[in-house]
Design a protein around this ligand. Structure first.
Ligand code: DGL
Length: 269
């Protein structure tokens, strides 16, 4: 394996950029190949079997481009595919999102924590596994945030966003939570808005930094830390008429389109 090969990162859209940013901060030399499956966004309300097929095809695409490690920067795709993909590709290192139930349960003083995620994430093994392992004796309030990832992806205006977030967070405040874990990678893109609505008594947890540290430790253990300068390539499955957002232009040198053939295979355009 070539140590200067890129890290592959994928999400249904730009949400995974919240993880990408932390990886860039911690590992500035690592090149990145990012796939945003924007034509299928949202993943959160889709059948997990369908999301598994997307995740598998994107993984194959990234491996065919020589990626040395894959970060599934999407909690919903992890719910659908993290464990199965590790079985299908036993020699590939996958880093997945783990809903931050453990730090929330360790830090709570009120004994009540809130989790914001998509419907799909709440159904998956990664979330239910961490609940079983780490949430004993703690009250966990799940809040599925229907429509929030799409709204963030589409650049919702601040006042609409505020209303939407209040609808999700206010009921949790009534439960006396003091920890709020963000278990969808789109949500940290509006971190400041979430903190404002949550208020000072609630700590908002974004797990992205922990994910970046995991990438560092895996690459360093396998002596695969990059030595040559960063190069960033972005792929989107969105229709060619869909504009590419500013945040993407800011981070990536090259922006490319790719397309699905038969929903099972991703090809470069
Ligand atoms: N960013 C994603 C997640 O972490 C998916 C949002 C969506 O497509 O519904 O779950």
């Amino acid at each position: 394996m070539n140590r200067d090969a890129p890290i592959g990162i994928f999400d249904s859209g730009i949400g995974g950029l919240s993880v990408y940013k932390k990886i860039r901060e911690l590992l500035p030399l690592e090149s990145v190949m990012y796939v945003a499956d924007q034509i299928h966004l949202p993943y959160g309300s889709k059948d997990l079997d369908m999301v598994f097929n997307y995740a598998k095809a994107i993984t194959e695409f990234l491996l065919s481009k020589g990626c040395k490690l894959i970060v599934i920067a999407c909690n919903t795709a992890c719910a659908a595919a993290l464990h199965p993909l590790r079985r299908v590709y036993p020699s590939t290192d996958f880093v997945g999102m783990e809903p931050a139930v453990k730090p929330a349960a360790l830090r709570t003083r009120t004994g009540a924590v809130g989790i914001l995620a998509t419907e799909g994430t709440f159904k998956g093994e990664p979330y239910n596994g961490v609940i079983k392992r780490f949430a004993q004796g703690v009250k966990v309030y799940e809040q599925p945030c229907h429509g929030l990832a799409e709204a963030i992806e589409n650049g919702i205006d601040d006042s609409e966003l505020h209303k939407m977030l209040e609808g999700f967070i206010s009921p949790l405040k009534l439960k006396n939570i003091d920890q709020l874990a963000l278990a969808c990678t789109h949500y940290p893109l509006v971190f400041d808005h979430i903190c404002k609505i949550a208020g000072n008594a609630i700590e908002v947890i974004d797990p992205a930094e922990a994910i970046a540290r995991r990438v560092l430790s895996l690459l360093s253990d396998s002596e695969l830390l990059a030595t040559s300068p960063y190069e960033g390539v972005f792929y989107t499955t969105a229709a060619t008429s869909t504009p590419v957002s500013e945040i993407v232009r800011k981070y990536f040198d090259s922006i490319n389109r790719c397309a699905w053939s038969g929903e099972q295979c991703l090809e470069m355009l």
